[in-house]
Design a binder for this molecule. Sequence first.
Ligand SMILES: Nc1nc2c(ncn2[C@@H]2O[C@H](COP(=O)(O)OP(=O)(O)OP(=O)(O)O)[C@@H](O)[C@H]2O)c(=O)[nH]1
Ligand SMILES: [Zn+2]
Length: 288
Amino acid sequence: MHTGRIIKALSGFYYVEFNGALYQTRARGLFRKTEESPLVGDIVDFQIENVTDGYITKIHPRENELVRPTVANIDQVLITMSLKTPAFSFYLLDRFLAYVEAHDIEPVVVITKMDLADDDDLIDKIKDTYGAIYPVFFTSQDEMNNDLLNIFENKVTVLSGQSGVGKSSLLNTLLPELELKTDEISSALNRGKHTTRHVELVDIGGGLIADTPGFSTIEFTEIDKYNIKYCFKEFNDYQNQCKFRECMHINEPKCAVKEALQNGGIKQSRYDSYLAIHEEISNRKERY
Ligand SMILES: Nc1nc2c(ncn2[C@@H]2O[C@H](COP(=O)(O)OP(=O)(O)OP(=O)(O)O)[C@@H](O)[C@H]2O)c(=O)[nH]1
Ligand SMILES: [Zn+2]
């Protein structure tokens, strides 16, 4: 019996990496009864049947999972946001950040298209708003950002961000061999344009990254209006000092979050994003 990680799932096979080798495994009937099926990213126990084949006997409990792409046990999500085209949006970035926090995954902010920069105030405001809360990297397509390449070691990473911000370009810059590889696969299988991409974890900087960029829009459907406040990381420095334990930091007196807003510990744009998302979730719930 061995324990490894599923890095690819294709046609009923799960490819498990163990000790630098890849094993083609099946899940057998075991999981059909429990309706639990293995996901890419899962840590599994498996039995080797011959040199490279085996079958999965157990899925270890998941730390977290995302639906787009369908990957489990993710350590970090790179939230890509372009400086321009499409225009940078503090609100949209805050939505992505809250969503990733809600899934118990560490966010990393990556600002793309820095070659288009013409507004120093915007860059300063981005640094000022997020620099103390999250790792923030600035990149452009034609430059290899070596600091960014260092963050992957021993981690499983997923890339996300709205359409057109440069997710694929970033992935190709960080992993030039990737584009080549995907081209080879789709032409080899002769499936043409409409091939459904199967997510695969590929090696990057001593860790793994999902080769398919992930979610590009955010809906807070599974998140409760009482929990969204915990998804604004810097609120956690203050919210246990609010007078009321159930304080939502909106209309309550003696609210430590609103005090922090007054003295600059919490940024106005972050608080405004919180209010907007809280309202969106509250309105949705009322309809049911
Ligand atoms: N100037 C500039 N353009 C870039 C940069 N990165 C990407 N682009 C351009 O932005 C456009 C979108 O890039 P993609 O990498 O396809 O963006 P994406 O986020 O993968 O887009 P979706 O597949 O729609 O989710 C392309 O025309 C890229 O050439 C950059 O750093 N600088
Ligand atoms: Zn409060």
